[in-house]
Design a protein. Structure first.
Length: 83
């Protein structure tokens, strides 16, 4: 819980990049912040061909969305390619 009675969730990513989410009690994103080095790490992975795309404003905005799954999905599943 944060001082505003919101749920605080921090996702860890490589090299200390992270996304911090503030959720209400219905698990809606109220606010989110991306670490300062997230874009730089993404760019480096793209240049190393570890990612197949540069970071866009649309992708950054999508990081603020939360999706609920009944079980942990297989990230390589073709059914999730739309996501």
């Amino acid at each position: 819980m944060d001082p505003h009675n919101r749920i605080l969730v921090e996702t860890a990513a490589p090299e200390s990049s992270a996304i911090v989410y503030h959720l209400d009690f219905n698990l809606n994103v109220v606010e989110f912040h991306i670490s300062d080095n997230c874009a730089a790490v993404h760019e480096r992975y793209y240049r190393q061909h570890l990612l197949d795309h540069p970071l866009s404003a649309a992708e950054t905005a999508l990081l603020g969305k939360v999706a609920a799954f009944n079980a942990a999905p297989d990230g390589n599943s073709p059914e999730l390619s739309w996501f």
